[in-house]
Design a protein. Structure first.
Length: 448
């Protein structure tokens, strides 16, 4: 009888964990649409056009009395949102670990971001300041929400299943991004058929991402549950919390070593994503429709890539699979250097290569880091991880820009990014992952 009771309890626990995992996937499904539709495709060009409409005769706008070229307003606003996120993320992470109440914090971040994104429907005329404010709020809220979302991973998935769960989460996100982007591109391309102006179509596309984000966030909020507080998290004002987190991480030098490797190769990944369209338009002479089609192809293939690399990790381990993906990134960039101008098909081949390694690289990096986080400090440590993902990716664009300035060639600029994957490979290969997991106080999986 007792054996049967134990088996029933184990079965109930496993069923509850799977239920949480399915709910967890849906937060990626909810918020990834913001990254794809808003940040990648529509908001940059549209907010820049609104700022230019508000500019003076010299092409400047004056937020808070500071002269800013209208063409730079979007980039500066994104930078400001990163600064806000860097201050808020450690604060939210420390509070989540100290109180154990991640779910209310996740809800606050998600619905703040969703409301700001939905509010972009009212961005028209010369309301560039409204657009800038909404972008700062939405971007910072997404960073905080993703940090809290990521910190659930070690709590809802055991060591042996974490790679697969993380990969499915990324796949859900890319699938949602693809689905909504297709619908938005149909609306945008055929706006006349719907009786809409081009401006109105863009505003609807922007707002749709916010509505999607808010609606599907209900699923993880219903299924995820809070755990008892560890009492280990700390909460201090602003940047003092970040400093406290970094000091604590110094007790786990191998965790920091992995984070350094991730910071470097992820900087390369983020730069390839952000600069590929510039390379396609300026160096290869490709049109906007080709570039948008390539973005969509990356999104679709990233679903398959994330799931496939999750399966590879079962056989070869997450660390080896990530190292293999870094080799694939290097080969892809090398091939990109030789792409002929004015031939869209080869740019699509490049996009396919990026898509196949993109989701898996990110998913397995997240799951591997989750093994290196001391129990009870998930949110606090994932705030540092998220800052590596979003707040520290500045060196790649700088190298890309400087290389172009010195050589006048975008081909040289794109191949210069190989250094991030080579250095990241070397640093990750030097991390003794099993010892790092043990030193963090976590069970070491059979294959890692």
């Amino acid at each position: 009888m007792e054996t049967g009771t134990v088996r029933a309890e184990v079965a109930d626990e496993a069923a509850g964990r799977r239920r949480e995992q399915r709910g967890w996937y849906f937060y990626d499904w909810a918020c990834s649409v913001y990254s794809t539709t808003v940040l990648t495709v529509f908001l940059g060009p549209y907010l820049t056009a609104v700022a230019r409409h508000a500019a003076d005769a010299g092409g400047y706008v004056h937020p808070l009395g500071v002269p800013v070229r209208a063409g730079s307003f979007f980039a500066y606003t994104v930078s400001l949102s990163v600064i806000v996120a860097v201050v808020v993320m450690p604060l939210a992470g420390g509070a989540a670990d100290r109180t154990g109440r991640k779910k209310p914090l996740l809800a606050a971040a998600a619905y703040t971001g969703a409301a700001a994104t939905t509010g972009m429907f009212f961005l028209d005329g010369d309301r560039y300041l409204l657009g800038g404010a909404l972008l700062v709020v939405a971007n910072a809220a997404q960073s905080v929400g993703m940090m809290l979302y990521n910190s659930y991973l070690p709590q809802i998935a055991g060591p042996e299943e974490r790679d697969a769960v993380s990969s499915r989460g990324w796949a859900f996100g890319y699938a949602a991004g693809s689905l909504v982007l297709v619908a938005n591109l149909v609306l945008y391309s055929a706006h006349d058929s719907f009786g809409l102006s081009q401006t109105a179509a863009v505003r609807i596309c922007l707002a749709s991402a916010g509505l999607w984000w808010g609606a599907f966030t209900l699923v993880p909020l219903r299924r995820l549950r809070d755990r008892p507080a560890s009492g280990e998290g700390t909460v201090a004002p602003g940047l003092r919390q970040l400093a406290a987190t970094v000091r604590d991480m110094r007790r786990y030098p191998l965790t920091l070593a992995f984070l350094l490797a991730y910071l470097i190769y992820n900087d390369g990944i983020q730069t390839v994503i952000s600069q590929a369209s510039v390379y396609g338009s300026e160096e290869l002479g490709l049109g906007q429709s080709t570039l948008i089609g390539a973005v969509l192809l990356v999104q679709v293939l990233a679903v398959a890539g994330a799931l496939a690399m999750g399966r590879l990790a079962r056989t070869y381990g997450a660390r080896r699979t990530i190292l293999g993906s870094l080799v694939a990134w290097t080969v892809t960039l090398g091939a990109g250097y030789f792409l002929p101008a004015g031939v869209p098909v080869w740019f699509f081949v490049l996009a396919a290569g990026i898509g196949l390694v993109l989701g898996g690289s990110q998913a397995l990096s997240r799951s591997l880091f989750s093994h290196l986080v001391p129990p009870g400090k998930e949110a606090e440590y994932f705030s540092a991880y998220e800052m590596s993902d979003r707040g520290m990716s500045w060196l790649g664009p700088l190298l890309f820009g400087v290389t172009y300035q010195l050589t006048g060639s975008y081909r040289s600029a794109i191949i210069s990014l190989v250094v991030f994957f080579v250095v990241g490979f070397v640093l990750l290969a030097r991390v003794p992952v099993r010892r790092a997991i043990a030193e963090a106080g976590n069970p070491v999986p059979e294959r890692i």
